[in-house]
Design a protein around this ligand. Structure first.
Ligand code: AGP
Length: 599
């Protein structure tokens, strides 16, 4: 996830402060870094940026005496990671420099307009256009120019803007991307999170959506979108730097679980149908999804969803098996899902699928990763870097991308009407709110984790679209708590696993208000008759399940096919709290790596 820092103060130490503070955002992950400084003596803005680390950036940096500047670590979302796409970006005059976090949804239209007006661009980013719009709107007052500029933007942004003719000034704006301001004596700061600034101050203003801030000569003035000054709310933060890197959470995994309302939102915002315009959907008779681990489970959800919305048969294969399978005598669209884009088994399967003459589409979180270079088409999750080994936020983003893809294919194949697509999209847009509601129930989940923490084995059962949820719930539990866990299609229990059930083996049963509900209830009956404690995950309003168990976790009403998203939040938190109560190493479980680059 990108990181932003801004500083202005009396002393000429902007370069040193901006680089030091930026280094404290390294934990967020990045692929390039840059800094812009106002050189008062020369009356210019000096910009230094490059792909690679902050250390590498520092090596080529001349000492610049400056009291005002901005810096940025980029995690690519539009345009590959390279020197030109790195921030800060400048306008045509070179006097304005800007850093941006977020996604500008209408950048293509704005860029076309600016090009027609004679603007020249050097990068492939959506961010660069903002510097050019500020240039258009600038008539001597930088604050006014930025205020006018944000009126034209759609999407999300945290931006910092400086101008060569305004030493001692930074204008900051926020909309759906975090931005904090800090102050100590004559020094004022801005950053994408307080971690960057804890060494310098403990006094912060957390900007709200739609606010614009004017940092000038040691003061901060805050405005709403209409230009009306608003009273800032100062907060004191006493975190240690280490705590702050995890946003105050005990583990990266927990932080990443809590990021999901915003990562799902970002995924929806970043959906880019343009990436699929060349896809030969009309010509394909079937779809094959290939992936490993959690990504494979997302693929299984995708199977139900694509078959439902698009009417195409879908097979899902684990990547390590795909390459040994027999080639089919017809080609199909192959979708490869990989958070990292570097999983060796998935890449080997991708190469084999291409060798067999199939069209390939990658779904990944990492721009510029190997998978993006080798697949014919790519869709990005835009979930920000995931540091915990256990995949959490990227799973829900993968599932959301698959919903959007299924709708897109269904529409292009004439299986869905526009109204049906619009109606489902509206439902999908409610998912961040449903996730938030579950995150507020952590106490309940923790109590259930207390109940199961001594178990030596746990089963997860579900049907239809929540059969993959059961597999994913079990994977999360086993990888971080080291408790043996298995996921089953609920109907399979009686074909063997039922023999293992007794009071020492808890069963997590996932229900959805769809055609599988009654069958799931009778499966729960079978389980509880054997004395197994049942934890049911079901929709709000379910009055039946309490007849079988007192341990019920309710998720807000969603369209049944979308339920794997709220369900995943429960299974992630249950695994997390069980592992934590057992004292496990959560972010780096034994024997596992975040990215498995060997076959
Ligand atoms: C999930 O928690 C694991 N970290 C693992 O199963 C992972 O999903 C798998 O290795 C695939 O990784 P990828 O998505 O980066 O290809």
């Amino acid at each position: 996830m990108c990181g932003i820092v801004g500083y202005t103060g009396e002393s000429l130490e902007a370069e040193e402060i901006l680089l030091d503070a930026l280094k404290r955002l390294e934990y967020r992950g990045y692929d390039s870094a840059g800094i812009a400084l106002i050189d008062e003596g020369e009356g210019v803005v000096e910009v230094f940026k490059r792909a690679g680390s902050i250390e590498e950036l520092k090596q080529g940096l001349p000492p610049v005496k400056s009291k005002t500047g901005i810096s940025h670590t980029r995690w690519a979302t539009h345009g590959v990671p390279n020197d030109v796409n790195a921030h800060p970006h400048t306008d045509c005059s070179g006097k304005i420099a800007l850093v941006h976090n977020g996604i500008i949804e209408n950048y293509k239209a704005l860029k076309e307009r600016l090009i027609a007006e004679g603007h020249q661009f050097s990068s492939d980013t959506d961010s660069e256009i903002i510097a050019h719009i500020v240039e258009e709107n600038y008539h001597g007052n930088l604050l006014d120019a930025v205020m006018k500029t944000v009126e034209e933007l759609k999407g999300s942004w945290a931006i910092l803007v400086i101008h060569a003719e305004h030493p001692g000034e930074i204008v900051a704006a926020r909309h759906e991307s975090p931005l904090v301001l800090g102050k100590k004596f004559d020094k004022v700061f801005a950053a994408s999170d307080p971690t960057a600034l804890l060494k310098y101050t403990d006094q912060f203003i957390f900007m709200e959506d739609g606010q614009i801030a004017h940092l000038k000569d040691g003061t901060i003035a805050l405005y709403d979108l209409k230009g009306k000054e608003v009273e800032p709310i100062w907060q004191r933060i006493t975190w240690s730097v280490e705590d702050a890197e995890k946003g105050g959470f005990e583990h990266y995994m927990l932080k990443e679980i809590y990021e999901q309302p915003s990562t799902i939102h970002q995924c929806l915002q970043g959906w880019d149908e343009g990436a699929l315009s060349e896809l030969n959907i009309e010509g394909t008779r079937s779809i094959t999804i290939v992936a490993c681990g959690t990504s494979y489970h997302a693929g299984l959800v995708g199977k139900y969803v694509i078959e439902t919305f698009a009417g195409l048969p879908v097979t899902v294969e684990t990547a390590s098996e795909y390459r040994y399978s027999s080639p089919k005598d017809f080609s199909s669209l192959h979708i490869f899902i990989s958070q990292s884009g570097e999983t060796a088994d998935t890449l080997a399967a991708l190469r084999e699928a291409k060798r067999r003459g199939n069209e390939t589409l990658a779904i990944t979180n990492v721009m510029g990763s190997t998978i993006t270079r080798e697949a014919h088409h790519t869709l990005y999750l835009r979930a920000g870097p995931e540091i915990g080994v256990a995949a959490t936020k990227t799973f829900t983003s993968q599932v959301v991308i698959l919903y959007l893809l299924a709708l897109y294919i269904g529409k292009r194949r004439g299986k869905l009407l526009s109204e049906e697509v619009e109606g489902t999209l509206r439902e999908i847009k409610h998912l961040p709110r449903a996730v938030e509601a579950i995150l507020s129930k952590e106490e309940e989940i923790r109590n259930l984790a207390e109940m199961i923490k001594e178990a030596t084995s746990i089963f997860y059962i579900g049907r239809f679209v929540n059969y993959p949820s059961a597999l994913e719930g079990a994977l999360k539990m086993k990888e971080i708590s080291y408790i043996h866990a298995e996921g089953y299609p609920a109907g399979e229990l009686k074909h063997g696993p039922l023999a293992l059930l007794d009071s020492s083996l808890p069963v997590v049963a996932i229900l959805t208000d769809d055609h599988t509900y009654d069958k799931m209830l009778s499966n729960i009956g079978e389980v509880s008759a054997r004395g197994s404690p049942v934890i049911a995950i079901t929709e709000e309003g379910d009055r039946e399940v309490v007849k079988y168990t007192e341990h019920v976790l309710y998720y807000p009403k969603v369209m049944p096919i979308l339920s794997p998203v709220p369900v995943a939040i429960y299974t992630q938190l249950l695994a997390y709290w069980t592992a934590r109560l057992r004292g496990c190493e959560i972010d780096k479980p034994r024997n596992l790596a975040k990215s498995v680059t060997v076959e």
